[in-house]
Design a protein around this ligand. Structure first.
Ligand code: NAD
Length: 273
Protein backbone atom coordinates (compact mmCIF):
# COMPACT_ATOMS: atom_id res chain seq x y z
CA UNK A 1 0.00 0.00 0.00
CA UNK A 2 1.08 3.59 -0.63
CA UNK A 3 1.57 4.24 3.09
CA UNK A 4 3.73 1.13 3.64
CA UNK A 5 6.90 1.92 5.53
CA UNK A 6 10.38 0.68 6.18
CA UNK A 7 11.68 0.83 9.75
CA UNK A 8 14.85 2.89 10.05
CA UNK A 9 17.72 1.86 12.36
CA UNK A 10 16.29 3.97 15.19
CA UNK A 11 12.77 2.51 14.93
CA UNK A 12 11.23 5.40 12.99
CA UNK A 13 8.89 4.41 10.15
CA UNK A 14 9.60 5.92 6.71
CA UNK A 15 7.31 5.43 3.69
CA UNK A 16 8.80 3.45 0.80
CA UNK A 17 7.36 5.97 -1.62
CA UNK A 18 7.87 9.71 -1.36
CA UNK A 19 7.33 12.77 -3.50
CA UNK A 20 10.46 14.66 -4.65
CA UNK A 21 10.29 18.40 -5.34
CA UNK A 22 13.67 19.31 -6.84
CA UNK A 23 13.17 21.92 -9.60
CA UNK A 24 9.55 22.43 -8.60
CA UNK A 25 9.04 26.19 -8.41
CA UNK A 26 8.28 27.94 -5.12
CA UNK A 27 4.73 29.30 -5.03
CA UNK A 28 1.73 27.83 -6.78
CA UNK A 29 3.66 25.12 -8.64
CA UNK A 30 5.04 23.47 -5.50
CA UNK A 31 1.90 24.16 -3.47
CA UNK A 32 -0.37 22.57 -6.08
CA UNK A 33 1.83 19.55 -6.75
CA UNK A 34 2.45 18.73 -3.08
CA UNK A 35 -1.27 19.10 -2.36
CA UNK A 36 -2.02 16.81 -5.24
CA UNK A 37 0.52 14.25 -4.05
CA UNK A 38 -0.98 14.28 -0.55
CA UNK A 39 -4.44 13.84 -2.04
CA UNK A 40 -3.13 10.91 -4.08
CA UNK A 41 -1.96 9.34 -0.83
CA UNK A 42 1.76 10.14 -0.69
CA UNK A 43 2.80 10.76 2.91
CA UNK A 44 6.49 11.52 2.41
CA UNK A 45 7.88 14.72 0.85
CA UNK A 46 11.53 15.23 -0.09
CA UNK A 47 12.75 18.83 -0.27
CA UNK A 48 16.01 20.67 0.50
CA UNK A 49 17.04 24.18 1.49
CA UNK A 50 18.68 24.66 -1.91
CA UNK A 51 15.47 23.76 -3.78
CA UNK A 52 14.08 27.10 -2.62
CA UNK A 53 10.58 25.75 -2.11
CA UNK A 54 10.35 24.87 1.59
CA UNK A 55 7.77 27.60 2.26
CA UNK A 56 5.45 26.26 -0.41
CA UNK A 57 5.90 22.71 0.83
CA UNK A 58 4.93 23.86 4.33
CA UNK A 59 1.92 25.78 3.05
CA UNK A 60 0.71 22.78 1.03
CA UNK A 61 1.04 20.55 4.08
CA UNK A 62 -0.98 22.94 6.24
CA UNK A 63 -3.67 23.44 3.62
CA UNK A 64 -3.93 19.71 2.88
CA UNK A 65 -5.42 18.99 6.28
CA UNK A 66 -3.34 15.81 6.61
CA UNK A 67 -2.32 15.29 10.24
CA UNK A 68 1.32 16.12 10.93
CA UNK A 69 2.01 12.75 12.53
CA UNK A 70 0.93 10.98 9.33
CA UNK A 71 3.57 12.84 7.33
CA UNK A 72 7.26 12.25 6.78
CA UNK A 73 9.12 15.41 5.76
CA UNK A 74 12.75 15.37 4.62
CA UNK A 75 14.95 18.41 4.07
CA UNK A 76 18.71 18.85 3.66
CA UNK A 77 21.50 21.17 4.73
CA UNK A 78 23.15 22.80 1.71
CA UNK A 79 26.90 22.67 1.03
CA UNK A 80 27.62 26.33 1.79
CA UNK A 81 26.10 25.93 5.27
CA UNK A 82 28.19 22.94 6.35
CA UNK A 83 30.08 23.14 9.64
CA UNK A 84 28.72 22.92 13.19
CA UNK A 85 27.15 26.31 13.99
CA UNK A 86 26.12 27.01 10.41
CA UNK A 87 24.26 23.70 10.20
CA UNK A 88 22.34 24.45 13.40
CA UNK A 89 21.40 27.81 11.90
CA UNK A 90 20.47 26.32 8.52
CA UNK A 91 18.25 23.80 10.28
CA UNK A 92 16.36 26.58 12.09
CA UNK A 93 15.84 28.36 8.78
CA UNK A 94 14.49 25.26 7.07
CA UNK A 95 12.28 24.43 10.02
CA UNK A 96 10.84 27.90 10.12
CA UNK A 97 10.29 28.07 6.33
CA UNK A 98 8.48 24.75 6.46
CA UNK A 99 6.56 25.99 9.49
CA UNK A 100 7.01 22.67 11.30
CA UNK A 101 7.88 21.90 14.91
CA UNK A 102 10.10 19.01 13.93
CA UNK A 103 11.55 17.53 10.74
CA UNK A 104 11.28 13.78 10.17
CA UNK A 105 14.57 13.34 8.33
CA UNK A 106 17.43 15.83 8.03
CA UNK A 107 20.19 15.01 5.55
CA UNK A 108 23.68 16.27 4.72
CA UNK A 109 23.06 17.08 1.06
CA UNK A 110 26.60 16.34 -0.26
CA UNK A 111 29.81 15.14 1.44
CA UNK A 112 31.72 18.43 1.45
CA UNK A 113 35.35 17.47 2.01
CA UNK A 114 36.82 18.49 5.35
CA UNK A 115 33.41 19.65 6.59
CA UNK A 116 30.92 16.80 6.71
CA UNK A 117 32.12 15.42 10.06
CA UNK A 118 31.56 18.76 11.82
CA UNK A 119 28.22 18.98 10.06
CA UNK A 120 27.37 15.51 11.35
CA UNK A 121 28.06 16.61 14.95
CA UNK A 122 25.41 19.29 14.50
CA UNK A 123 23.02 16.72 13.04
CA UNK A 124 23.59 14.54 16.14
CA UNK A 125 22.88 17.54 18.36
CA UNK A 126 19.59 18.25 16.55
CA UNK A 127 18.68 14.60 16.90
CA UNK A 128 19.43 14.56 20.64
CA UNK A 129 17.28 17.66 21.06
CA UNK A 130 14.48 15.78 19.26
CA UNK A 131 14.13 18.47 16.62
CA UNK A 132 14.54 15.74 14.01
CA UNK A 133 13.23 12.18 14.20
CA UNK A 134 16.10 10.78 12.12
CA UNK A 135 19.34 12.03 10.59
CA UNK A 136 21.10 10.83 7.50
CA UNK A 137 23.32 11.65 4.57
CA UNK A 138 23.02 12.05 0.84
CA UNK A 139 25.49 11.38 -1.96
CA UNK A 140 27.84 9.45 0.32
CA UNK A 141 29.96 6.77 -1.32
CA UNK A 142 31.14 3.76 0.72
CA UNK A 143 34.39 5.55 1.56
CA UNK A 144 32.53 8.61 2.92
CA UNK A 145 30.36 6.35 5.08
CA UNK A 146 33.37 4.40 6.36
CA UNK A 147 35.06 7.65 7.28
CA UNK A 148 31.96 8.96 9.07
CA UNK A 149 31.16 5.67 10.82
CA UNK A 150 34.66 5.64 12.30
CA UNK A 151 33.83 8.81 14.27
CA UNK A 152 30.10 9.23 14.71
CA UNK A 153 27.92 8.61 17.75
CA UNK A 154 24.72 8.17 15.76
CA UNK A 155 24.81 5.95 12.66
CA UNK A 156 23.08 7.65 9.70
CA UNK A 157 19.57 6.27 9.25
CA UNK A 158 19.54 6.89 5.49
CA UNK A 159 21.86 7.44 2.52
CA UNK A 160 19.99 9.12 -0.35
CA UNK A 161 21.89 8.65 -3.62
CA UNK A 162 21.37 8.64 -7.36
CA UNK A 163 20.06 5.16 -8.07
CA UNK A 164 18.12 3.68 -10.98
CA UNK A 165 18.40 0.78 -13.42
CA UNK A 166 21.42 2.32 -15.19
CA UNK A 167 23.19 3.07 -11.86
CA UNK A 168 22.14 0.30 -9.54
CA UNK A 169 24.75 0.95 -6.81
CA UNK A 170 25.15 -2.72 -5.84
CA UNK A 171 28.25 -2.28 -3.68
CA UNK A 172 26.83 0.69 -1.77
CA UNK A 173 23.52 -1.12 -1.28
CA UNK A 174 25.28 -4.14 0.20
CA UNK A 175 27.42 -1.93 2.46
CA UNK A 176 24.35 -0.07 3.71
CA UNK A 177 22.44 -3.30 4.29
CA UNK A 178 25.31 -4.57 6.45
CA UNK A 179 25.43 -1.33 8.47
CA UNK A 180 21.67 -0.88 8.89
CA UNK A 181 21.52 2.24 6.71
CA UNK A 182 18.39 2.59 4.55
CA UNK A 183 19.15 3.36 0.89
CA UNK A 184 16.96 5.94 -0.82
CA UNK A 185 16.98 6.56 -4.59
CA UNK A 186 17.10 10.03 -6.09
CA UNK A 187 16.36 10.54 -9.79
CA UNK A 188 14.80 7.06 -9.66
CA UNK A 189 13.18 7.70 -13.05
CA UNK A 190 16.46 8.80 -14.64
CA UNK A 191 14.93 12.28 -14.88
CA UNK A 192 12.53 10.98 -17.50
CA UNK A 193 15.35 10.54 -20.04
CA UNK A 194 15.28 6.77 -20.56
CA UNK A 195 11.63 5.78 -20.75
CA UNK A 196 12.35 4.39 -24.24
CA UNK A 197 14.85 1.80 -22.96
CA UNK A 198 13.83 -1.33 -24.94
CA UNK A 199 14.21 -3.83 -22.08
CA UNK A 200 12.18 -1.64 -19.72
CA UNK A 201 9.54 -1.06 -22.40
CA UNK A 202 9.28 -4.80 -22.93
CA UNK A 203 8.86 -5.57 -19.22
CA UNK A 204 6.33 -2.74 -18.86
CA UNK A 205 4.27 -4.16 -21.72
CA UNK A 206 4.18 -7.55 -20.07
CA UNK A 207 2.59 -6.13 -16.89
CA UNK A 208 0.43 -3.53 -18.62
CA UNK A 209 2.28 -0.86 -16.60
CA UNK A 210 4.36 2.17 -17.55
CA UNK A 211 8.17 2.13 -17.50
CA UNK A 212 8.00 4.59 -14.58
CA UNK A 213 5.84 2.17 -12.60
CA UNK A 214 8.15 -0.76 -13.38
CA UNK A 215 11.20 1.14 -12.13
CA UNK A 216 9.48 2.28 -8.93
CA UNK A 217 8.25 -1.25 -8.28
CA UNK A 218 11.82 -2.53 -8.83
CA UNK A 219 13.00 -0.05 -6.18
CA UNK A 220 10.51 -1.17 -3.58
CA UNK A 221 10.97 -4.90 -4.19
CA UNK A 222 14.72 -4.28 -3.79
CA UNK A 223 14.24 -2.56 -0.42
CA UNK A 224 15.01 0.90 -1.81
CA UNK A 225 13.03 3.97 -0.69
CA UNK A 226 12.10 5.97 -3.79
CA UNK A 227 11.05 9.60 -4.37
CA UNK A 228 9.90 10.28 -7.95
CA UNK A 229 9.12 13.84 -8.97
CA UNK A 230 6.39 15.16 -11.23
CA UNK A 231 4.25 18.29 -11.39
CA UNK A 232 1.66 16.63 -13.63
CA UNK A 233 -1.36 15.27 -11.76
CA UNK A 234 -1.80 12.20 -13.93
CA UNK A 235 1.87 11.26 -13.47
CA UNK A 236 1.80 11.92 -9.74
CA UNK A 237 -1.08 9.43 -9.59
CA UNK A 238 0.60 6.99 -11.95
CA UNK A 239 3.82 6.95 -9.89
CA UNK A 240 1.82 6.07 -6.79
CA UNK A 241 -0.12 3.30 -8.49
CA UNK A 242 2.53 0.63 -7.94
CA UNK A 243 1.12 -1.37 -5.05
CA UNK A 244 -1.21 -3.65 -6.98
CA UNK A 245 1.31 -5.78 -8.88
CA UNK A 246 4.57 -7.61 -8.29
CA UNK A 247 7.59 -8.13 -10.55
CA UNK A 248 8.83 -11.70 -10.83
CA UNK A 249 12.32 -12.49 -9.56
CA UNK A 250 13.29 -13.08 -13.17
CA UNK A 251 12.23 -9.59 -14.24
CA UNK A 252 13.93 -8.05 -11.21
CA UNK A 253 17.12 -9.84 -12.28
CA UNK A 254 16.69 -8.53 -15.84
CA UNK A 255 16.47 -4.96 -14.56
CA UNK A 256 19.39 -5.56 -12.18
CA UNK A 257 21.45 -6.52 -15.23
CA UNK A 258 20.91 -3.16 -16.96
CA UNK A 259 23.47 -1.31 -14.83
CA UNK A 260 25.95 0.79 -16.83
CA UNK A 261 27.19 3.00 -13.96
CA UNK A 262 25.60 5.89 -15.83
CA UNK A 263 25.02 9.07 -13.86
CA UNK A 264 22.59 11.85 -14.74
CA UNK A 265 23.81 13.94 -11.81
CA UNK A 266 27.25 14.69 -10.33
CA UNK A 267 29.65 12.12 -8.93
CA UNK A 268 30.01 12.77 -5.19
CA UNK A 269 33.79 12.47 -5.57
CA UNK A 270 33.85 15.20 -8.15
CA UNK A 271 31.29 17.92 -7.56
CA UNK A 272 31.91 21.61 -7.33
CA UNK A 273 28.86 23.40 -5.97
P1 NAD B 1 13.08 11.72 -11.43
O1 NAD B 1 14.01 10.63 -11.79
O2 NAD B 1 12.09 11.53 -10.35
O3 NAD B 1 12.37 12.17 -12.78
C1 NAD B 1 11.44 13.21 -12.78
C2 NAD B 1 11.05 13.55 -14.21
O4 NAD B 1 10.61 12.39 -14.90
C3 NAD B 1 9.89 14.54 -14.27
O5 NAD B 1 10.36 15.85 -14.26
C4 NAD B 1 9.21 14.17 -15.56
O6 NAD B 1 9.87 14.79 -16.63
C5 NAD B 1 9.44 12.69 -15.65
N1 NAD B 1 8.35 11.86 -15.12
C6 NAD B 1 8.04 11.61 -13.83
N2 NAD B 1 7.04 10.73 -13.73
C7 NAD B 1 6.69 10.41 -14.98
C8 NAD B 1 5.75 9.53 -15.54
N3 NAD B 1 4.95 8.79 -14.76
N4 NAD B 1 5.67 9.43 -16.88
C9 NAD B 1 6.48 10.14 -17.69
N5 NAD B 1 7.42 10.99 -17.20
C10 NAD B 1 7.51 11.13 -15.88
O7 NAD B 1 14.00 13.01 -11.16
P2 NAD B 1 14.46 13.94 -10.00
O8 NAD B 1 13.48 15.01 -9.75
O9 NAD B 1 15.85 14.33 -10.36
O10 NAD B 1 14.58 13.00 -8.70
C11 NAD B 1 13.53 12.80 -7.81
C12 NAD B 1 13.77 13.50 -6.49
O11 NAD B 1 15.00 13.10 -5.92
C13 NAD B 1 13.97 15.03 -6.62
O12 NAD B 1 12.77 15.70 -6.88
C14 NAD B 1 14.59 15.34 -5.29
O13 NAD B 1 13.60 15.35 -4.28
C15 NAD B 1 15.52 14.15 -5.13
N6 NAD B 1 16.91 14.45 -5.56
C16 NAD B 1 17.88 14.51 -4.62
C17 NAD B 1 19.18 14.79 -4.98
C18 NAD B 1 20.25 14.83 -3.94
O14 NAD B 1 21.36 15.29 -4.24
N7 NAD B 1 19.99 14.38 -2.75
C19 NAD B 1 19.51 15.03 -6.33
C20 NAD B 1 18.49 14.95 -7.28
C21 NAD B 1 17.19 14.67 -6.89
Amino acid sequence: HITDTTTLNNGVAMPWLGFGVWQVKEGSEVIDSVKHALKAGYRSIDTAAVYGNEEGVGQAIRESGVAREELFVTTKVWNSEQGYESTLKAFEESRSKLGLDYIDLYLIHWPVKGKYKETWKAMEQLYKEKKVRAIGVSNFHVHHLEDLLADCEVTPAVDQVELHPLLSQRELRQFCRDKGIQIEAWSPLMQGKKFDHPDLVEIAGKYGKSVAQIILRWDIQNGIVTIPKSVTESRINENADIFNFELTQEDIAKIDALNENQRFGADPDNFNF
